[in-house]
Design a protein around this ligand. Structure first.
Ligand code: 5GP
Length: 121
């Protein structure tokens, strides 16, 4: 857990706006502000307890499974059901927000448009 609230905590608390595409008690999903694919959503556990997917897998594997389930459903609703699921883990791997989140990328992903490094901001 970080000392000051991350941008995602502030979105969950409605302190800053976001385009919310799904929400339940444990998860919120929003459109990425800087999309790298025709459909680029972020599936975010509401708890700020886990900084990355490894911590989430160890601490709450059921919640990680729910993240994957929500990602699948969103890919069906917003695209053709096929998707790429990315968890940047660590700053050197491109993670800029240290609150676990999955990138859901879908819709005509051309190899040149979605180099792995393109998610590093
Ligand atoms: P990371 O680089 O940590 O894997 O992913 C963080 C993502 O959050 C980036 O793709 C970035 O575009 C997105 N992001 C950062 N700030 C905001 C924001 O204020 N609103 C939304 N919707 N997305 C944001």
């Amino acid at each position: 857990m970080t000392d000051s609230p991350t941008i995602f905590e502030r979105i969950i608390a409605r302190e800053i706006p976001a385009d919310i595409v799904f929400e339940n008690d444990s998860i919120i999903a929003i459109r990425d502000i800087a999309p790298k694919a025709p459909v680029h959503l972020l599936v975010i556990p509401k708890t700020a307890k886990y900084a990355n997917v490894s911590e989430l897998a160890t601490g709450d594997p059921a919640l990680l499974a729910e993240v994957v389930h929500v990602a699948r459903n969103l890919a069906i609703m917003h695209s053709n059901g096929e998707f790429r699921l990315i968890f940047n883990s660590g700053e050197s791997a491109g993670q800029t927000v240290l609150h676990v989140h999955a990138h859901v990328l879908s819709g005509e992903l051309h190899s040149g448009e979605l180099a792995e490094s393109s998610l590093a901001n």
